[in-house]
Design a binder for this molecule. Structure first.
Ligand SMILES: NC(=O)c1ccc[n+]([C@@H]2O[C@H](COP(=O)([O-])OP(=O)(O)OC[C@H]3O[C@@H](n4cnc5c(N)ncnc54)[C@H](OP(=O)(O)O)[C@@H]3O)[C@@H](O)[C@H]2O)c1
Length: 217
């Protein structure tokens, strides 16, 4: 399977690229900084320079070529203000969606965030704005006619992989390592039953393969 990863130099993205390469899939990392090309090559992905805030859907479609699936793993990051929550966490996701339609790519896996399905209607400072932007991106995808999956991880850590999680349509908050999220995404791409499913995922006791299969049933 050929997979384009938006935000390809991100921490989850690099871990996902390693897993995809290890099982013989081809990963294309959409990066905005050409200096990140060697890092993504080392992770096993092919770099494609594409700034999702500065490109049109047609330009992003060119970058996608004829991939089988996209994963949106970009994000404005913790130091960013409210404006970039909308230009990246919502806007870049929406541009990628429009690009998929131009390029004829049907499968779209979104890295969302726990509580993005119930954002505060107003307030909550930058985090509230982040949740509203993620919610808007998820909603746009869910009504798009695409073969979508929305994965909502809890608070991310850099802990080593456990290979085990707790996944359900709605969970209380919890932590999960980026490595385990990457493994979940890899299994989601391989599990057709996860199409049109949105779910929360945090650390837990269930083997990832099993947890994803169950959520896709
Ligand atoms: N932090 C949490 O606890 C938490 C919890 C749940 C979900 N999430 C979500 O999970 C996502 C992935 O997490 P992570 O830790 O892997 O993120 P990360 O390391 O911050 O990676 C985000 C990537 O997005 C890229 N990006 C930003 N603007 C872009 C643009 N205009 N065009 C293309 N790429 C762009 C960044 O590129 P540069 O490298 O060039 O800056 C970066 O590589 C987060 O962004 C967030 O939405 C986070």
């Amino acid at each position: 399977m050929d997979v384009a990863i938006a935000g390809g130099h991100g921490q989850i993205a690099l871990l996902l690229a390693e897993r995809l390469a290890a099982r013989g899939d081809r990963a294309f990392a959409l990066i905005r900084n050409p200096e990140h090309a060697d890092d993504v090559r080392r992770a096993g992905a092919e770099p494609v320079v594409c700034d999702l805030e500065a490109s049109t859907a047609a330009q992003v479609a060119e970058s996608l070529g004829d991939v089988d699936a996209v994963v949106f793993a970009a994000g404005a990051g913790p130091g960013s203000g409210e404006g970039r929550k909308w230009t990246v966490d919502f806007g870049a996701g929406a541009t990628l969606l429009a690009a998929c339609k131009v390029a004829g790519v049907k499968r779209y896996v979104m890295v969302s965030a726990i509580r993005a399905n119930t954002p505060p209607p107003t307030g909550g400072d930058v985090f509230g704005e982040y949740l509203r932007a993620k919610a808007a991106a998820d909603r746009a995808l869910e009504v798009s006619g695409m073969d979508w999956t929305v994965v909502r991880p809890g608070r991310l850590t850099d802990d080593p992989p456990t290979g085990r999680v707790n996944a359900a349509h709605v969970l209380d908050r919890g932590d999960i390592s980026r490595a385990d999220v990457a493994e979940v995404l890899a299994w989601v791409l391989n599990t057709p039953g996860t199409v049109h499913v949105a779910f929360d995922v945090v650390g837990g006791p269930v083997r990832i393969e099993e947890a994803v299969a169950k959520i896709g049933r």
